[in-house]
Design a protein around this ligand. Structure first.
Ligand code: CMP
Length: 138
């Protein structure tokens, strides 16, 4: 089934000029980029986006990181897009990520892990709506 997911190329990867390489990997994987925007999250918006992690030890650091510079937010679609994008990203901790995955290649720590992806179709719908209006999507 054709589904959507939300991808973020995080500030560490944008700063390191890895965005083009990551976009190429997405396109080569067969996923489609339906919408894209370069966006600097405020700390407040980062807090809203990652509200599910509030109270965890890494939460405050995550907000500092995600508001530290621009990221590139992408709406992706394709057959089984949520799982395919998560597979392409690799495990949250780059040390545990599979060889060839984006986090293995470009992540430098469990916090500075280069990219984000929705973890389920329901999350994908709410995360996509967080950044894109319906009119921006095909
Ligand atoms: P992401 O997939 O965007 O989801 C939540 C983010 O929190 C995660 O990627 C990491 O950037 C960060 N994160 C998750 N676990 C930890 C941790 N143990 N220590 C620091 N940051 C973490």
């Amino acid at each position: 089934m054709n589904t959507r997911t939300l991808a973020i190329i995080k500030p560490d990867a944008v700063r390191a000029k890895r965005a083009g390489k990551i976009l190429s990997m997405i396109e080569e994987s067969g996923l489609t980029v339906d919408a894209a925007r370069m966006f600097r999250l405020t700390r407040e918006l980062a807090g809203e986006f990652y509200a599910v992690h509030k109270g965890k030890p890494f939460y405050e650091g995550l907000l500092d990181f995600m508001s530290s510079g621009p990221c590139i937010v992408l709406s992706l679609s394709g057959e089984d897009a949520v799982a395919r994008w998560r597979n392409l990203m690799g495990a949250t901790n780059p040390e545990a990520a599979a060889d060839g995955s984006i986090r293995k290649l470009y992540g430098t720590s469990v916090q500075f892990n280069a990219c984000h992806g929705s973890d389920a179709p329901e999350t994908a719908a709410s995360e996509t709506a967080f950044f894109f209006s319906g009119a921006e999507l095909p």
